[in-house]
Design a protein around this ligand. Structure first.
Ligand SMILES: Cc1cc2nc3c(=O)[nH]c(=O)nc-3n(C[C@H](O)[C@H](O)[C@H](O)COP(=O)(O)OP(=O)(O)OC[C@H]3O[C@@H](n4cnc5c(N)ncnc54)[C@H](O)[C@@H]3O)c2cc1C
Length: 512
């Protein structure tokens, strides 16, 4: 075998997966078709629960240090409506203004530091599998060659070749809207109004935010003192275009003219990008030894959610693949990847499809719907619900045999007091290893976990508001099982052993 896992594609998802696999002790090989990192700008930032996970892994500081702009207040567009979480003190929805190219560079740095081999200019053109291995045919710069591994993951984006080669369907909808997003300077001939709006001859005053016309949507964002403004257009177009072909200023100006029916002169473009929306999900995220993650597995019809979903796929999958490679994965473990991440994607699909319905209508009924929706979002409870939904914090994976309310949730970052000092759940999750966190000095449960000590770190601590006696936390920071407060010893120990077997394989009495 040339590697444990072949990763096809060095986008954010493939690179995150590579780092997580290395950190879990597996040997990935990344094959990327492009000879160099791409220079077409894509996402301007990332948001959602992945930021919390990156913090747990000790990576968030590095990402924050690479942001040129200050972290913005938590305000997000939602189907043409603005959702403002600034008054929610503990919103789980945050954003990091880190352009995708920089994110990829940092994820690659991490993968490099951990010793990952990344081959650029090596497109995968064929994939085959048998009972023992999966083989990729590659067109390398020095000619075609083959590599084999135990598993192969297609992180090769929306038009995934791996998905096609594995015969996995990708049903769904392509919407006719084309969106163009730019950051541009404005020449002196443009009149900027006191509120940051613009006076556009032939159209009139344009306020910051969204302006609807009967031909589409125009968005304007500006911050005081900034040298550039953000300009956004959406219009229905039947044309197909190549995502890799860079957008031009002329293309932006043409779109503004069509939407506003007037010209807006623009100066220098600091950023130009365009995108369309699709709502699609792969029918299976796994076919034998071949798996899919990120855009190869799902496309959502709204902005700001795809990288969160894709990188969380990588985090869910990595430790399971590493377990399979190390030979201790329970029979069903790899299939839980599809179940869990498909469920998470379905939740993201729900709110992104709802955004399509909200944003597409141009008639008074649609205006009324948006206005009502906006009004509801001034109340705390709907805001809380929305914050959990957008970040992914409301997703609970099914955890067989675990009925504690925290089962399936992302582990909260509790402050922990131990004999060695103060620590936290985040500190315990630096490495992708399972942790049994004993918060009530439950010797019976620590004893029950003895036969898994080689795989599961056991920690005893005290915390302010104990949510459970014991938490069993998977490497992806999901709570696999929890003992209720003061749960009787007789029932908890067998349930814990069952959960340990379900997630971390057969017990090994000789290990402790
Ligand atoms: C203009 C624009 C703005 C966006 N804004 C946001 C945003 O604000 N927030 C957000 O979350 N998302 C945003 N997205 C979406 C985000 O960019 C994608 O979700 C993200 O890139 C998906 O990551 P990925 O790793 O799954 O796939 P990709 O980033 O597409 O990476 C796939 C990689 O696989 C490689 N590859 C493909 N085929 C092969 C092959 N056969 N062999 C080897 N390598 C191959 C490709 O070259 C590529 O490097 C935006 C997208 C666009 C276009």
């Amino acid at each position: 075998m040339d590697a444990d896992v072949i990763i096809v594609g060095a986008g954010p998802v493939g690179l995150m997966l590579a780092g997580e696999l290395r950190a879990a002790g597996a040997r990935p090989l990344v094959l990327e078709r492009r000879p160099r990192r791409r220079d077409v700008p894509k996402a301007g930032g990332l948001g959602g629960q992945i930021l919390e996970l990156l913090r747990y892994r000790g990576l968030l500081e590095r990402l924050e240090a690479a942001c040129a702009d200050p972290v913005p207040a938590p305000r997000f567009p939602f189907g043409g409506v603005h959702v403002d979480f600034t008054d929610l003190p503990d919103t789980p929805m945050h954003a990091l203004p880190l352009p995708q190219q920089r994110l990829e560079r940092l994820l690659e740095e991490r993968a490099d530091e951990l010793g990952t081999e990344i081959r650029r200019g090596h497109p995968v053109v064929g994939v085959s599998q048998d009972d023992a291995a999966v083989t990729a045919e590659v067109h390398g710069p020095d000619g075609p060659y083959r590599v084999s591994a135990r598993y192969l993951v297609g992180c090769d984006g929306a038009r995934s070749r791996v998905r096609d080669l594995a015969g996995v369907g990708f049903p769904g909808t392509t919407y006719p809207e084309v969106n163009r997003l730019a950051q541009v300077t404005l020449p002196d001939t443009v009149t900027v109004l006191d509120d940051g709006g613009l006076d556009v001859p032939g159209f009139g005053a344009i306020r910051p935010g969204f302006t609807r016309t009967d031909r589409g949507l125009f968005g304007l964002g500006s911050s005081p003192g900034a040298e550039a403004v953000s300009v956004f257009t959406t219009e229905d177009e039947a044309t197909e275009y190549d995502d890799d072909a860079p957008m031009t200023v002329a293309e932006l100006q043409g779109s503004i003219r069509r939407v506003l029916g007037a010209d807006l002169p623009v100066g220098e473009a600091l950023r130009l990008s365009r995108f369309t929306f699709q709502a699609r999900q792969a029918e299976h995220y796994r076919r034998g030894r071949i798996l899919l993650a990120g855009d190869a597995a799902h496309l959502f019809p709204a902005t700001g959610v795809a990288i969160n979903a894709g990188m969380m796929d990588a985090v869910d999958l990595a430790w399971k693949l590493a377990a399979a490679v190390h030979g201790w994965a329970p029979a069903d473990l790899l299939d839980t990847y599809h179940r869990e991440r498909n469920l998470a994607a379905a939740r993201t699909m729900l709110h992104t499809r709802a955004q399509v319905a909200l944003r597409r209508g141009h008639d008074p009924a649609a205006e009324a719907l948006r206005e009502l929706f906006q009004e509801l979002l001034t109340d705390e409870q709907p805001l809380r619900r929305m914050s959990a939904l957008l970040s992914g914090a409301d997703i609970r994976y099914p955890m067989p045999g675990a009925d504690h309310p925290l089962a399936g949730a992302f582990a909260p970052d509790l402050t922990l007091h131990t004999d060695q000092g103060v620590t936290s759940v985040a500190d315990l999750m630096r490495a992708p290893r399972p942790v049994l966190l004993d918060l009530a000095d439950r010797t019976d449960l620590r004893e029950a976990a003895r036969d898994w000590r080689h795989r599961v770190d056991v920690r005893t601590a005290k915390t302010g508001q104990r949510p459970a006696d014991v938490l069993l936390i998977r490497p992806d920071a999901r709570i696999a099982w929890a003992a209720s407060l003061d749960e009787p010893a007789g029932t908890a120990a067998p349930a814990l052993r069952q959960a340990l077997s379900t997630w971390f394989g057969a017990p090994d009495p000789g290990s402790s």
